[in-house]
Design a protein around this ligand. Structure first.
Ligand SMILES: Nc1ncnc2c1ncn2[C@@H]1O[C@H](COP(=O)(O)OP(=O)(O)OP(=O)(O)O)[C@@H](O)[C@H]1O
Ligand SMILES: [Zn+2]
Length: 818
């Protein structure tokens, strides 16, 4: 007998680990609290308590924990259960989920250094508790201490709460060198001392200050700022108004009229309060809202299928408003948050400081703060908008989840594990918390639509654009014919050039869309056909005119632009393929007076780059915006009349069973950016194959037919949504070992599931970073027990790993791959 804790470590290991604790620790600990534990040789990790128990481990001697980091759980029970589901469903380890789910700031290690805060001034030691005083004293002798040192000094394991308290009061801080940690931003505030409080007190104080005019003035400004309720005022603010160097404030503190304190500032600051009321819905929106509410009444997930610019967002806003009024938390999931400054600004006008954004490009402090707000159910982050990782926030009272643009593939995480689909994982999470789920899209995924057709999900539709603006007029331009007639300049057909000219003359704006996938420009020798390849990967290098470089998009390798062919030394090199950069250049040549901007991965790497380009375009500083799929997502520009798609075929000819569905979605979404307000927009799609059924369907906005035909195909070939897929990827740097190993593994699968196993085959890019790749796919028809099948695969993996020669081959499972 003894006391034990079951801990999840942030590592890709299949099991949890048992550690020993004493009775006192046992009583203090709860599932969801963090502890620091030793692991391996001299390493300490932040682990998470999964449960407490009294059974010693069988296989090893339990080590003691190092210390306890929390006073209360930072992860809820519901979350822990959700993690367990994710790890089971997506075939990964719970430690991987843990590591991916929580902000790195929460993974403090024993090596974290603590020091005295710069803001600390001696004087108030009398208010410190004993252990706080001890720590302070120690830090006055030594400039910094590690958490482990502090544990020794205080002779107790729960030192983090002590440290945290002192951080909050601005006495100590975490040292700056530590690579990633949570350091709340503190600011100095002053507040009226109790002595001076009350009518009488104020009069006396003012009298007493008559001979110190600067202090007198500062005091009056302070009173003016606080109004009726006594509250702390930021020193910097006070200084600014009174134009004081700080002397007057110091004087007032000295006279004990003010007390000073350090208060944590929120980095997630939205200065604006809610300024507008949600818009009045039009009858179509009202109807949709009603349908959604009745689906919610039956506890069903609901799909809002509304054409582009039908005003889906305003419907979400109504639902959010109702949920917030009920005191519930709301999660608004978006595919790529960086693209959504427009939407955030819009929601901010409605919901002010209730809105928090959870964003991977935010720094760790910012993320940790949102986490705390959500955990504490603060009004401040009652509405969270974020990309897929915001799903892992510790919601306590989740009432509503909105998955906007639910068809977007980027909801699925590719790498690293957990390879989860945020939409699907959100539905499971919501179910466990009795929250409602709304999926929104103009072009729903077939998976979701299938659920609607099966009656599992509710369906609300809006078939008209808001404000009676007609759907854009979409025309297909036959590139073959244009070529025959010699009407093409660069990559621009005559109809596209004419339409652009017309739009520019009217002072309207243009969006040009060039697909990214498979259409990066490459350099080619026109004599021998040689094309420079990445030395580490099985791909051609991409040509970047701007930097005069050849780059690999898979591993980041780059070299200077070559002037001679490496194979035959000819100087006849040419760039082939069609990138956004080239389109931008051609545009400029065709329309020298137009202001052209470009939005793609290269121009938007920096934190606010997206917002900047979008702002420029919105404010009319640009006439033409050239871009990739980024442009297709939910943007709402008032002045765009024309959308041009330069080469639709690249989108449709991709060898993937989803490429037609994707093509329809992408082209419809891009087209949807045209003519959203007032006038009907125009769209020109250039193609070598104008009779392609998907292009025909896009041009007449016929989602129905697309959906019916594609469903038929999928059913015929047993693809999702009529089956589930499990993809197994094998990687190794030795090609022949890889081939043997993957064949062995797949044979094991084939013994069980025969021809439902496809592969192993090399994928389109079959070597990345010097690792060769093989892929196999298992089709699991609906109705088969997925859990049993996964267990069988795991068993094959175990036997596989028992063969020493194979063990170094990396195996990756991807359930519901996209
Ligand atoms: N009830 C309403 N009152 C006033 N304006 C509205 C209303 N509904 C929608 N709008 C306006 O119509 C435009 C399109 O709406 P919104 O962006 O919500 O469409 P959407 O369906 O989300 O489009 P997409 O799928 O293309 O992103 C916006 O500028 C929005 O402000
Ligand atoms: Zn490479």
């Amino acid at each position: 007998m003894g006391y034990f804790v079951e801990a999840i470590l942030p590592l890709a290991l299949p099991q949890t680990f048992t550690y020993k604790v004493n009775k006192q620790e046992y009583d203090h600990l709860l599932p969801g609290m963090r502890i620091a534990v030793p692991f391996g040789k001299n390493r300490v990790y932040t682990a998470l308590v999964q449960k407490m128990h009294q059974t010693p481990p069988q296989a090893y001697e339990a080590k003691e924990i190092e210390y306890i980091l929390d006073d209360a759980p930072i992860i809820t029970q519901t979350q822990l259960q959700h993690w367990a589901w994710i790890s089971k469903y997506y075939m990964c380890h719970i430690g991987e989920v843990f590591k991916n789910a929580i902000p790195t700031a929460f993974l403090l290690e024993s090596e974290t250094w603590v020091c005295l805060s710069e803001d600390f001034t001696t004087g108030d030691e009398s208010q410190l508790a004993d252990d706080e005083y001890l720590l302070l004293e120690a830090l006055q002798h030594q400039s910094a201490l590690r958490i482990t040192d502090i544990t020794e000094i205080l002779e107790k394991k729960t030192v983090l709460p002590v440290v945290n308290r002192m951080i909050k009061r601005g006495i100590v801080a975490l040292q700056a060198e530590i690579k990633e940690r949570y350091r709340p931003k503190m600011s100095r505030y002053v507040m009226l001392n109790h002595v001076a409080d009350g009518e009488q007190g104020l009069v006396e104080t003012l009298d007493g200050l008559k001979r110190a005019p600067k202090q007198y003035k500062t005091f009056l400004v302070y009173l003016d700022l606080v109004g009726d309720e006594p509250k702390p005022i930021k020193v910097s603010e006070l200084k600014k108004i009174t134009q004081d160097s700080g002397q007057a404030i110091k004087g007032l503190v000295k006279k004990r009229i003010f007390t000073e304190e350090m208060i944590q500032e929120d980095r997630i600051q939205y200065t604006g309060e809610a300024v507008v009321q949600p818009s009045q819905l039009n009858p179509e929106q009202e109807l949709a809202l009603g349908t959604i509410q009745s689906a919610f009444g039956e506890n069903k997930v609901c799909l809002l299928h509304g054409v582009t610019s039908s005003g889906k967002t305003e419907v979400y806003v109504q639902l959010i408003k109702e949920a917030l009024e009920k005191g519930e938390q709301v999660l608004y999931l978006l595919p790529e948050i960086a693209l959504t400054t427009q939407l955030i600004q819009r929601l901010q006008k409605y919901f002010g400081s209730y809105l928090a954004v959870y964003h991977s490009k935010f720094n760790i402090q910012e993320r940790a703060e949102v986490w705390q707000h959500v955990l504490e159910c603060n009004a401040k982050a009652q509405l969270v908008i974020g990309a897929r990782s915001s799903l892992f926030l510790p919601f306590q009272n989740l009432g509503l989840v909105i998955v906007d643009e639910e068809h977007e593939p980027s909801f699925k995480q590719h790498d690293p594990a957990p390879r989860y689909h945020a939409r699907d994982a959100a539905i499971v999470l919501a179910k466990s918390m009795n929250a409602q789920v709304l999926l929104g899209s103009a072009t729903p995924s077939l998976e979701t639509y299938h659920n609607v057709l099966q009656g599992r999900y509710g369906l609300a539709e809006i078939k008209k654009r808001y404000g009676q603006v007609p759907m854009p007029d979409i025309n297909l331009v036959d590139l073959k014919e244009q070529q025959k007639k010699k009407r093409i300049k660069g990559h621009f057909s005559e109809p596209l050039r004419l339409a652009m000219e017309g739009t520019l003359t009217e002072g309207k704006q243009i969006i040009l869309f060039q697909n990214r996938r498979g259409f990066a420009p490459v350099m080619e020798c026109t004599d021998c056909g040689h094309c420079p390849q990445c030395p580490n990967c099985d791909v051609s290098l991409t040509y970047h005119a701007y930097k005069r470089q050849l780059r690999c998009h898979y591993c980041g390798y780059y070299s200077a632009q070559v002037s001679k062919c490496h194979s035959c030394s000819s100087e006849a090199l040419d760039t082939k393929g069609l990138g956004t950069e080239q389109i931008e250049q051609e545009c400029q040549e065709l329309f020298p007076d137009a202001r052209v901007g470009r939005m793609d991965l290269d121009t938007t790497r920096a934190k606010h780059a997206h917002a900047k380009i979008i702002d420029q375009f919105t404010s009319g500083e640009l006439d033409i915006l050239v871009g990739t799929q980024m442009l297709s997502k939910g943007l709402d520009f008032k002045n765009v009349d024309l959308v041009g798609v330069l080469h639709a075929d690249g989108i449709l000819n991709f060898p993937d069973f989803r490429s037609h569905e994707r093509g329809y979605q992408l082209l419809s979404q891009v087209s949807g950016r045209a003519g959203r307000h007032e006038k009907r927009g125009k769209v020109l799609i250039q193609t070598y194959n104008p009779y392609h059924q998907i292009l025909q369907q896009v041009s007449i906005h016929d989602y129905e037919s697309m959906q019916r035909e594609q469903m038929y195909e999928r059913r015929q070939h047993a693809y999702p949504p009529f089956a589930r897929l499990i993809r197994v990827t094998f990687k190794h740097k030795d090609y022949s070992k890889l081939e043997q190993a993957s064949e062995w593994f797949v044979q094991g699968m084939r013994n069980l599931w025969q021809d439902r196993v496809l592969g192993p085959v090399p994928p389109a890019v079959s070597r990345v970073r010097n690792q060769y790749i093989q892929v196999a796919v298992l089709k699991v028809p609906k109705g088969h027990d997925l859990a049993t099948i996964k267990n069988s695969i795991k068993r094959i993996e175990n036997s596989f790993n028992a063969i020493p020669y194979y063990r170094s081959v990396r195996i990756i499972f991807d359930v519901d791959p996209i």
